[in-house]
Design a protein. Structure first.
Length: 356
């Protein structure tokens, strides 16, 4: 039985109550101590009497100790699975937050909630198609890193990300204890949320392993484009038309193996997807560096995947953000804004080359 399956069974049939665990230990410790005292009194009797331990007292003591050990293990499990829930968000102030209801439900399953978030005025920060959000993103990264480093070692913690995907890539490297964390992907339809850890990575790939490159019939520049097409929003995106506005010469579309964006992914599949996509992006970036070309990235991704791609890229020993444009699609306006979430990113919009 996999780790995610065991958690689903435990979540359904085993109550996770820190109060129950603490109360059980508070009752069992003095009871076991009292019974241990009675057994010692039998073994070490007063002078003049034979020391004969009562079998009943020994059995009761053994049962109490066994139950106490079980209670300690139960409390440890509860603390690990219901520790701190971290809601990490970075959104435009005009955007709705569909996570609110799901977060309220998840809050009841955890011991504490920490909201680490920023709301930014994206339009107010935009200049010539570029929105500089480096400072608020850096502030959020520091908040995340400090919160994780100061968290208790005896409790687990769960990360519920809800960030604009370019910000998620830049915040990801701040997950200093990512291997110990669980990540939760809220389901928009209200179905079962996916919770997973990094060691629960699926064995088989879920993203297409091949990277076919498509050249524009009428290139508008020499940039390399890439689309991460893994949510239903990709259906509204036309690569040829949109990339022509961004000075792109050729582009690559990374899709699910079955070619159907928007499916419900399991926790291990989300984990594997983040790892694979980070590898693909690192390879594409290396190819662009050899030709001194700019990379233009458009992404339609689950929240956890975007954050974990950033974590993997942060460990890749590569200057991924240099000469890389991360494009945010503005709903209702059919246009892109280049988000600067890292100081090494270009300060200009990836406009078509004059005369193209």
């Amino acid at each position: 039985m996999s780790g995610s399956t065991r958690r689903e069974v435990a979540a359904r049939w085993v109550p996770r109550s820190p109060l129950l665990g603490d109360a059980s230990i508070a009752v069992l410790v003095p009871a076991a101590a009292a019974m241990f005292g009675l057994v010692l009194e039998d073994i070490l009797p007063v002078r003049g009497l034979d020391g004969v331990a009562s079998p009943t007292r020994l059995v009761v003591l053994g049962v109490l100790v066994a139950v106490l050990v079980g209670a300690v293990a139960y409390r440890r499990w509860v603390y690990r699975t219901t520790g701190t829930l971290y809601s990490v968000s970075f959104l435009d102030e005009r955007m709705g937050d569909y996570h609110e209801n799901a977060l309220a439900d998840a809050r009841r399953r955890h011991m504490a909630l920490q909201v680490l978030g920023r709301r930014i005025d994206l339009a107010g920060r935009e200049c010539s198609g570029v929105a500089d959000v480096i400072t608020p993103r850096q502030e959020l990264s520091r908040m995340v890193e400090d919160a994780f480093n100061q968290d208790r070692d005896d409790t687990g913690y769960v990360v519920a990300p809800n960030l604009l995907w370019p910000a998620a890539l830049a915040v990801g490297p701040s997950l200093t204890r990512a291997r110990d964390a669980r990540f939760i992907e809220f389901d928009k339809s209200g179905e079962v949320d996916q919770i997973f850890m990094l060691h629960e990575r699926a064995d088989n790939p879920v993203a297409a392993p091949t990277r076919q490159t498509t050249a524009l019939d009428e290139p508008t520049g020499d940039r390399r484009g890439v689309v991460l097409a893994f949510t239903e929003a990709f259906a509204k995106f036309t690569p040829e038309r949109q990339f022509a506005r961004l000075g792109v010469q050729e582009f690559t579309v990374l899709r699910p193996l079955d070619g159907k964006p928007g499916q419900r992914w399991s926790g291990p599949a989300l984990c594997r997807l983040a790892d694979d996509l980070a590898g693909h992006l690192a390879t594409l970036k290396s190819e662009c560096e050899h030709g001194n070309r700019e990379l233009v990235v458009v992404a339609f991704l689950p929240k956890t995947v975007a954050l974990l791609i950033g974590w993997h890229l942060g460990r890749a020993r590569q200057r991924f953000f240099a000469n890389t444009h991360l494009m945010h699609y503005v709903l209702g306006e059919d246009r892109f804004v280049a988000l600067r979430v890292h100081p090494s990113q270009p300060t200009h919009f990836p406009s078509p080359v004059s005369g193209s």
